[in-house]
Design a protein around this ligand. Structure first.
Ligand SMILES: [Zn+2]
Length: 118
């Protein structure tokens, strides 16, 4: 059986994944450290002029962003693991080839279009 991705296509997608992984780790770092800096600053000031509801919602937004990035990072890491095992580009549900165009748009896709939709 011939792999549906050429070595060049695979190398390109893997490079995209590795770049995305770095970006996501940096963004997560930024959120985590940014948030703890704000909390430290509030402690140092020792007074709370902020609207507590406003602050809670800001923290919720920050946490939600972190969640989304963590989920994406997991998918990226999973795709890179599959690439190492030679399973990259195959739908994990039905085993079908995931077309190169779909992987270009979303290199961490682990399902074909019909399985992802179903
Ligand atoms: Zn499928």
């Amino acid at each position: 059986m011939t792999p549906h991705l050429t070595a060049g296509q695979k190398a390109q997608l893997t490079a995209d994944l590795e770049q995305r992984e770095r970006q996501l780790r940096e963004q997560l770092d930024f959120h985590l450290h940014g948030q703890s800096r704000v909390e430290r600053a509030a402690d140092v000031l020792g007074q709370d002029n902020d609207d507590p509801a406003q602050r809670r919602s800001e923290q919720a937004v920050s946490a939600a962003l972190g969640e989304q990035e963590r989920a994406e990072l997991n998918a990226v890491v999973e795709a890179l693991t599959l690439a190492k095992d030679g399973q990259y580009g195959l739908c994990r549900s039905c085993g079908a080839d995931i077309p190169f165009d779909r992987l270009r748009a979303c290199p961490w896709a682990t399902q074909c279009v019909s399985c992802a939709a179903g």
